[in-house]
Design a protein around this ligand. Structure first.
Ligand SMILES: *[C@@H]1O[C@H](CO)[C@@H](O)[C@H](O)[C@H]1NC(C)=O
Ligand SMILES: *[C@@H]1O[C@H](CO)[C@@H](O)[C@H](O)[C@H]1NC(C)=O
Ligand SMILES: *[C@@H]1O[C@H](CO)[C@@H](O)[C@H](O)[C@H]1NC(C)=O
Length: 562
């Protein structure tokens, strides 16, 4: 039976390709400069594209590097070069930047001219080899959608880009252009960026990943060279010349946001280091590393990728709670800690599956009689009890070891871009400097009510927490641990994320609250949050969520997975 259905699918998939045609040929052109820190992830993701590699010609140039970009590229090429139809490659490891450049993030005139020369060469190369398409791809674009090329081809536009999102408002298109041809934010920008209107949109500028259909007659006029345009009065800038040239020859540029295609980092500023990119795309990188077990990648990671030195972000300890039978989560988190440069003690969670009545008796645990999950009307599950105990054990450790402050993380979180800096900012520039009293600071949670959560006086990133669920990540002070333990929660047990709001007196249920007389826990929350559950996949999996989206996504199942 199975055999026949496989056979049937095979026949179907062959015959369904009605024209029985090969895929169009694509010249993919990639310029690489100082991308050693993102290149392993870029190349991994690029290799995963669902497009026949023997229909792809690669055109790659790399020069003026101060890092190991060329070595990383060569490691990948050694493994993959034979798969592609052809490779046109010039790697220059002698060049050392341009005389008019003020640092690696500076876009000087000479640098622009160099890139313009390359882009025009790439375009001419693709025309010369009669490629059907050219795909101009920047080496820090992460195409998470493996069908990107197929989908863009189906759009049937002369020039088209997939929408690439970033941390914050940055992306790879403009919705407006000033009179002197620079970026202009217009009211059209946000609806496209946030995919409120979906489809392919005519815009004045696209960049970073641009597919050009060279079979279309009007593509013949496209150029990156200002001299080729009859009356060019714009700046020396490859993407602006291209956009203005397209416009003057009647070619429209399109950005498509009908699907989630991929991501790109915000370009670094002149004063920043390359490591900034690394912090920006941490979740994406962790996912890519999780998916790819390729040898070349392991090689590259070992040899060329430097991780930051580890510390505990000013805490006495950072704990992660992990079930022993969840090694894949542990491994993922260990990768995160390495990328983030944080030193973490992994504690084994109390496994609900191993709990039974007699063990609960040993702990002297009694359930709160009134408790029934408000949604499912059921008593606490063993998993929830295990989760509570796992946190409880850590609170005790805080007291035993006389820790001033600790961070507690569960094992299914992803981190906001710049997590390190943001935690440091909150602790040093707000808590310490403003002398804010606190017992617990939520780093991740789910808000359960649309109630006002006023900002802490003088603070930009801390609010007074309202009724919230989840215990994904929080910072706990010694006084906080004492309050949590002294209230004797094991005598009237409820899930740990109901317990917190009771102790800080924002729980809506009076009959539950009445079991605890001291409800003076001072609970603050990072705003915006700094950790999110990994369960939010897709678009929001890689970059910031708003707290609002968490309220709307009312998925109860993900509450106690620990
Ligand atoms: C693609 O666009 C061209 C015009 O550029 C048009 O003639 C053609 O019919 C379109 N093909 C499809 C399949 O829509
Ligand atoms: C060229 O730019 C003008 C001004 O922004 C715009 O109105 C016009 O539609 C553009 N033409 C094309 C072909 O995109
Ligand atoms: C409960 O679990 C403990 C430890 O796994 C075991 O020794 C004990 O026999 C169990 N008790 C019951 C009643 O199943």
């Amino acid at each position: 039976m199975k055999f026949y259905s496989v056979l049937f699918t095979l026949i179907l998939s062959v015959t369904c390709d009605v024209n029985n045609l090969k895929k169009p040929t694509i010249a993919v052109t990639i310029l690489i400069r100082n991308k050693a820190h993102t290149l392993p992830y870029f190349l991994s993701q690029f290799s995963r594209l669902n497009y026949p590699k023997n229909r792809i010609s690669l055109w790659i140039r790399s020069d003026n590097n101060i890092d190991n970009s060329i070595d990383v590229l060569n490691t990948w090429l050694k493994k993959h070069n034979k798969e592609y139809h052809s490779i046109d490659l010039i790697l220059d490891d002698k060049s050392e930047g341009f005389s008019d450049e003020k640092g690696i993030a500076d876009w000087s005139n000479n640098r622009f001219s160099h890139v313009i020369k390359y882009r025009e060469e790439a375009l001419n190369y693709a025309r010369r080899i009669w490629a059907d398409y050219i795909f101009m791809l920047d080496a820090d674009v992460f195409l998470t959608n493996v069908d990107t090329l197929n989908m863009l081809i189906l759009k049937n536009h002369t020039v088209v880009s997939p929408l690439l999102k970033s941390d914050g408002m940055y992306s790879n298109f403009w919705a407006g252009m000033t009179n002197d041809y620079y970026y202009e934010r217009t009211h059209k920008y946000k609806p496209i960026l946030n995919r409120e209107i979906q489809g392919c949109h005519e815009v004045p500028m696209i960049h970073s990943a641009v597919l050009i259909d060279l079979r279309k007659l009007d593509s013949d006029y496209l150029t990156y060279k200002p001299e080729k345009l009859s009356s060019y009065d714009g700046p020396t800038d490859d993407i602006i010349t291209f956009a203005l040239g397209a416009n003057s020859s009647g070619v429209t540029l399109h950005v498509c946001n009908d699907e989630i295609y991929g991501f790109l980092p915000v370009p670094i500023e002149a004063h920043e280091t390359l490591e900034v990119d690394v912090q920006q795309l941490i979740n994406l990188k962790i996912d890519i590393l999780g998916q790819q077990k390729a040898l070349w990648l392991e090689d590259v990671m070992k040899k060329y990728v430097n991780y930051p030195d580890k510390d505990t972000l000013g805490m006495d300890k950072i704990f992660m709670i992990n079930l022993e039978r969840r090694p894949e989560r542990r491994d993922r988190m260990i990768n995160c800690f390495q990328e983030l440069g944080i030193e973490v003690e992994i504690t084994n969670a109390v496994d609900g599956k191993k709990l039974n009545e007699s063990l609960l008796d040993n702990w002297n645990i009694k359930m709160m009689p009134e408790y029934a999950d408000p949604y499912h009307k059921r008593p606490m599950k063993m998993g929830e009890i295990g989760c509570f105990l796992s946190h409880y054990i850590i609170w005790n450790k805080v007291i035993e070891n006389n820790y001033e402050k600790v961070m507690v993380l569960e094992d299914d979180v992803r981190f906001e871009p710049y997590f390190r800096n943001k935690v440091n900012w909150i602790m040093k520039d707000e808590i310490e400097r403003l002398k804010i009293p606190w017992d617990i600071i939520y780093l991740g949670r789910k808000r359960m009510q649309e109630q006002d959560e006023p900002f802490v006086d003088g603070s930009k990133y801390l609010v007074h927490a309202g009724y919230s669920y989840w215990t994904l990540g929080y910072i706990l002070s010694k006084s906080g641990a004492e309050k949590l333990i002294n209230a004797k929660p094991l005598d009237k047990l409820i899930p740990v994320d109901e317990y917190f709001p009771i102790l800080f007196d924002r729980h809506p249920r009076t009959n539950w609250k009445n079991h605890f007389s001291n409800r003076n826990l001072i609970a603050l929350s990072a705003s915006p949050l700094l950790v999110y559950p990994t369960h939010y996949t897709g678009e929001s999996g890689y970059i910031s969520d708003t707290e609002e989206s968490i309220i709307i996504n009312n998925n109860q199942n993900i509450k106690y997975e620990l």
